[in-house]
Write a protein that binds this ligand. Structure first.
Ligand SMILES: Cc1cc2nc3c(=O)[nH]c(=O)nc-3n(C[C@H](O)[C@H](O)[C@H](O)COP(=O)(O)OP(=O)(O)OC[C@H]3O[C@@H](n4cnc5c(N)ncnc54)[C@H](O)[C@@H]3O)c2cc1C
Length: 456
């Protein structure tokens, strides 16, 4: 049994053991898949995460728009892994890796640091928001990569409607009910659709005598929405969003962002100022800083997205005992999606299991692309599954089935399904609590991204 690792009083996790010690940094899609894949392996696993939960990022926007509660998409790690007896969970932030001495440095919740030794290391720390080199925008933007950010955005959206209702000045009211989303990939499209639905629901309560609808504006530097989808599905999504009232500005990028609005610039040089208190960021991510730490230690360069290039078996160049997976790894330039992270995690677990029991090493990692999907409204989604293209209700059914099956925990699956069914029937959502002060005009969380930027 590994040493439980919940406080600084516990003995070090590097305690002597005859079984190889596997340390996994990050319990997102990649890390959790690796940990679970090791459940029958003769190893002692320690999974280190700076949060106590596994976050299902594809549904974060539904928390941000009051449809789901945080717990429904973020089960506690200790609960998920409670029956995995070869695994200990440590709530701590990994701050450094010593490849020579084979240990990682962690900062624990009480502020103490310590070293944790490993025989094998799996690094799956994901990525963070990135603002195309404009870190000064961070205080005015609402990203939604973490639960804290999603709840900050939810507060802002709900507060905006309250403020609009109280505002006597039409221009002031319009500023509160204008929402600009930067990035027309799946995340941007999905939150746009949810904002349309939420606006309809809230207007019934808050704007009975207000005939001016909210403006929901989706901007993207590319010339298509959902540029990675097949053309027919892209066209369907574009047409549906427009019909729902979403204003789509393509070939247009964010040029300046401040507390009172955003200036956008089209590729033809035309600039436009949009007055708004809510700019939602769904555009750029950059790999975890641990990628640069590892690359530097291994004597290689990170790529323009901050990812560390890895070998065909996901290992770090010159370090067959270290594996890097998911958003922070560059293997054949796979996209920053959950599927590559999960498949890499499972693959690395298999490699480690085979090594520790003396079985032949599996061949190189191969990615199986099963397709991609995005939801547009309560009854419409697009999906490209193994080349089969679906939209409308069929697409929505496929989207719902896939998302439910990938959620962790039966309780969460049933809970989320029930919420969706309730919303369909009632057109109302219950997660409407404003958590921060009602006096905060702008409660956007501050971020400190670094390095170059990347589209997701
Ligand atoms: C809003 C949003 C919507 C998305 N929608 C989709 C979608 O619909 N479909 C899809 O396929 N993909 C989607 N993605 C992308 C997908 O979520 C990521 O590609 C995937 O999560 C990457 O997995 P990962 O394991 O590399 O990182 P993550 O899942 O991000 O996990 C990283 C983990 O590492 C932890 N961590 C980070 N740094 C440290 C540290 N220093 N010490 C300790 N722990 C650390 C974090 O707390 C986290 O638990 C979406 C992403 C976002 C942000």
């Amino acid at each position: 049994m590994p040493t439980p690792a919940s406080s600084a009083d516990t003995p070090p996790l590097t305690a002597a053991s005859h079984r190889p010690r596997v340390v996994v940094i990050g319990a997102g899609f990649g890390g959790l898949a690796a940990v679970r894949g090791l459940r029958h392996a003769p190893v002692e696993v320690t999974v280190v995460d700076r949060t106590n939960h596994h976050l299902f990022q594809p549904l974060v926007y539904q928390v941000a728009t009051g449809l789901l509660s945080p717990g429904e998409i973020a089960p506690a790690l200790r609960k998920i892994l409670r029956r995995q007896h070869n695994t200990a969970v440590l709530l701590a932030e990994a701050t450094d890796v010593d490849l020579t001495d084979r240990h990682i440095q962690v900062l624990e919740a009480d502020g103490t640091t310590r070293a944790i030794g490993y025989d094998y290391l799996v690094v799956a720390a994901g990525s963070h928001d990135s603002y195309f080199g404009h870190d000064d925008w961070a205080e005015h933007l609402y990203p939604m990569k973490t639960l804290t950010e999603a709840l900050g955005l939810r507060d802002q959206i709900l507060r905006a409607y309250e403020r609009a209702t109280e505002c006597g000045d039409p221009a002031g009211r319009a500023r509160w009910t204008t929402f600009v989303i930067v990035g027309a990939g799946p995340t941007g499209v999905e939150i746009a659709g949810q904002l349309v639905a939420l606006t309809r629901e809230l207007r019934e309560e808050l704007h009975r005598d207000d005939s001016s609808p909210a403006r929901i504006i989706l901007i993207d530097a590319l010339s298509e929405v959902l540029s990675t989808f097949p053309p027919t599905l892209r066209a369907h999504a574009h047409q549906r969003l427009t019909a729902m009232g979403v204003q789509i500005l393509l070939d247009t990028r964010a040029d300046a962002v401040d507390a009172a609005g955003i200036t956008v610039k089209a590729t033809d040089g035309h600039t436009e100022r949009i007055d708004t208190h809510t700019v939602i960021w769904a555009a750029g991510v950059h790999a975890s800083p641990l990628a640069a730490t590892l690359a530097h230690a291994a004597g290689i360069d990170i790529d323009h997205k901050g990812r560390v290039p890895v070998q065909r078996n996901c290992s770090l160049t010159g370090h067959p005992e270290v594996f890097v997976i998911g958003d922070m790894a560059n293997l054949h330039d796979l996209p920053g999606l959950s599927a590559p992270a999960i498949q890499e995690g499972r693959y690395v677990a298999k490699v480690l299991h085979h090594r520790t029991v003396g079985k032949p090493t599996p061949g190189p990692f191969t990615y199986r692309d099963r397709g991609t999907m995005a939801t547009i409204s309560a009854r419409d989604a697009i999906a490209d599954i193994y080349g089969v293209k679906l939209h409308g209700r069929l697409g929505k059914l496929a989207w719902a089935a896939v998302h439910i099956s990938f959620l962790v925990g039966w309780g969460n699956r049933v809970g989320v399904l029930a919420r969706w069914a309730f919303l369909l029937g009632s057109r109302t959502r219950s997660e409407r609590v404003i958590l921060t002060s009602i006096h905060a005009d702008h409660a956007g969380p501050a971020h400190s991204p670094s390095g170059p930027t990347a589209d997701r």
